[in-house]
Structure formats: C-alpha cells, structure tokens
Write a protein that binds this ligand. Structure first.
Ligand SMILES: [Fe+2]
Length: 384
C-alpha cells in the first residue's frame, strides 16, 4: 500500500477504459465496490486499497454514487459463500466491481445465477493493485480487447471441424470442434456473441474466449501451470517443476502421471468427483486468453498468482478443462480446474489458427483500425 498522492496518468488511462468504456458509469448510477479486508494485508484476495480508492474516485467523478464494502470472511474450500450482506448490496447496485479472488463467477453457481437474476452489471477486477492498474495490460483500449475476443472465434464456427493442437512441451491433441449454435441438444451461446448481449458479466480487462466444446478428443497433454483458483487448494504453485501428463482417450482422462504435482492433482480431482460426479473425468473443453498485452513484470506485480492470472488471459495460453461437471444441488460450484498449455500450434480443418503461440486473428485488419484510434495507448504487439 502506498500513500495517496493522486492518480498517475498511466492508471488514469486504464481507469477511463474501465469506467467509461467497460462499465459505462453514468450520473446517478449506484456503484458497489467489494474487496476483502484481509487481502489488503496479504491474503489470497490480494488488493491494494489505493487501487480501490482510484476506482471509487473516478466513478464519483462521473456523477455516480459509490459505496465500498470491505468483506471480512475466511472462505472455506467447498463452502465458499456469496456473503448475504454483499448479496443485498449487489441487489441494489447498477454496477458491482469485485476485487475478490474467492468469490468468482466462474466457480460459484449461486453468484453466477444471481447476477443474471438481479441484472446488476458485474465487473470482475483483475488489476487489483496500483502497479497492475498502470500496466500496458490494463491500459489497452477496451474496445480493442473486446474485438480481439470477438474475432478470435472465427476459426471455431465450423461445426465438427477437425482440430490438431501441438505444443513445444510434447502435447498433442486432436478431435472435433462443436459449434454451440449448430449442435443439437446442448445449450450454449455462439462463441462470437458479445458479452453485454450474452450476460451481465463484464470482466476487466476482458480475458477469455467462451469455452470451446469438443468431441472425439484423443492425445496427450503435458502442463506445468493452471489457474491458481484451484491450484492453491491443491498445494500447487502458479507454475511447478515436473510437468503433469494426462492421457486422453475418447474425451476422457485415462491417466494422470508425473511427480508429486500429478499426485496432488489426482487427489483433488477424486475429491471433486465425489461431489460433482462422473463429469470430472471428461476432457472435452478448452478455451484461451484473448488479451493482446497479457503480460506484466515482477516489478509491476510481485504477486505470482496474479502474474499467472494475467498470463492465462493472453492468447499464448490455451487451457483445457480437467473435468467438465456442472454444479448440482448438493455441490453448487463449477469445478474449473485447468491444464494451461503455452505456445501452441493449432490447426482447424487443416488451416492454421495459432502458430508458435501467436493467435493469427491478432493480424486481423479490424484490430489495427481500432488501435489506430488510440495512438497513445498500447495496441497489438509485434509478433515474436
Ligand atoms: Fe476455462
């Protein structure tokens, strides 16, 4: 935490993208900001109160009424709560900025359902500190990132197209893509739908393409990282030493091997299977980050968990879901355990979609056109 000296220009660039372009804060709106008190002193719910005050100040400058709620609750594994006092506040807010790691819409089914029921715009805050708020990742024009997400769907709109995914670490997977518009009997949204048309969830910065459902998946995945939400409950660091190997046959995990890390993963997947059922054996869904500037330095973010979350949100990182079991009445959470794969090559219907970690849709001229509108903000980086 630092002393409040004013908002630096770099952070203001980012805050304008957040407040005006993503959340579209207008005079008279009721704005709620939620964060964890212990996160300000070093818990997993990492937060810098100065960053919170910056969001509050810029919302107030737009004429909104802004309330900051500091939660103080130790969340328990498998018993995460949508704290009832927070729920009441969310009910009466137009927009909710959430700095929590524990309360994630990706995992918590009650929270996910309620956001759509009460129709409060929900903004998951990834830049939780002043350093992150000043990064190129946060300063990238919202419009550019949203368009990158939209365009990144282009290769996946071909129902039953064959895919081949490989990576330098020896991973090799193949199967068929299911397009949620054309497949029968399975609910879903078009991959290229816009966030604000599809739900009330507006993460900032925008981070991932919707999950791509697949069938006939076979092959082998090696990985040494996952999203830390689950990793921290397994005793796995954000990136670990001995890669885990998962063999996949007909869209099911048939073996998980490696070192100590593989044992920790197997233990947790077993635990989740008891709660969420057979679906935890499935290996049929992947998706990927879409933010063109998803990288921060250790100086900008000393917290390894958040650096990993940023890395996860860029197109160099594709992640497979290790199990795809839905929430149920006895276990109201979506287990979102991920195997994150870096720098893939991906072919769909024989055509390259990724080359050595570069998502080819980043070369789409539509992105350059948007970047040109913001000459002082980060655009699409040079292809490495
Ligand atoms: Fe995912």
């Amino acid at each position: 935490m630092s002393q409040q000296l004013g908002i630096p220009k770099a952070a203001m660039d980012a805050l304008i993208q957040l407040v005006d372009h993503n959340a579209e804060i207008k005079p008279g709106m009721e704005v709620l900001i939620g964060a964890h008190l212990d996160g300000a002193y070093g818990s997993a719910n990492y937060v810098d109160p100065v960053a919170v005050s910056w969001v509050q100040a810029v919302c107030a400058s737009r004429g909104a009424n802004c309330t900051v709620l500091w939660m103080d609750e130790i969340m328990k594994k498998h018993e995460w709560r949508f704290p009832p006092i927070l729920k009441g506040a969310v009910t009466n807010a137009d927009v909710f900025f959430n700095f929590s790691l524990d309360l994630a819409i990706e995992e918590n089914a009650e929270f996910r359902g309620y956001i759509e029921e009460c129709k409060t715009w929900y903004c998951r805050m990834f830049p939780v500190t002043t350093g992150l708020m000043m990064s190129d990742w946060a300063r990238t024009p919202h419009e550019l990132v949203v368009m990158a997400r939209h365009l990144s769907s282009n290769p996946f709109m071909n129902h039953m197209a064959e895919f081949e995914m490989t990576a330098p670490n020896g991973s090799e997977l193949s199967g068929n893509i299911l397009d949620p518009v054309k497949r029968e009997g399975i609910p879903g949204m078009p991959y290229n739908s816009w966030r604000k048309d599809a739900s009330h969830y507006i993460p900032w910065p925008e981070w991932v393409h919707p999950p791509v459902n697949c069938t006939n998946v076979n092959g082998v995945l090696y990985f040494d990282r996952m999203l830390p939400y689950w990793g921290r409950y397994m005793g796995l660091p954000p990136v670990w030493e001995t890669p885990i190997k998962i063999e996949v046959k007909d869209s099911k995990m048939v073996s998980i091997t490696g070192g100590r890390e593989a044992d920790l993963l197997k233990h947790t997947l077993g635990e989740l299977e008891e709660r969420a059922g057979e679906g935890m054996k499935k290996f049929d869904t992947f998706h990927f980050g879409i933010h063109p500037n998803a990288s921060v330095t250790e100086e900008q973010c000393p917290n390894a968990v958040y650096r990993r979350i940023v890395e996860h949100s860029g197109p160099r990182c594709v992640h497979w879901h290790l199990g795809s079991a839905p929430a149920n009445k006895d276990y109201n959470f979506y287990p979102h355990v991920t195997g994150d794969l870096m720098d893939i090559d991906l072919k769909i219907a024989g055509k390259a979609a990724w080359e050595k970690g570069w998502m080819l849709e980043l070369d789409n001229p539509k992105l350059k056109k948007i970047a040109d509108k913001y000459p002082d903000l980060p655009g699409i980086p040079e292809r490495i």
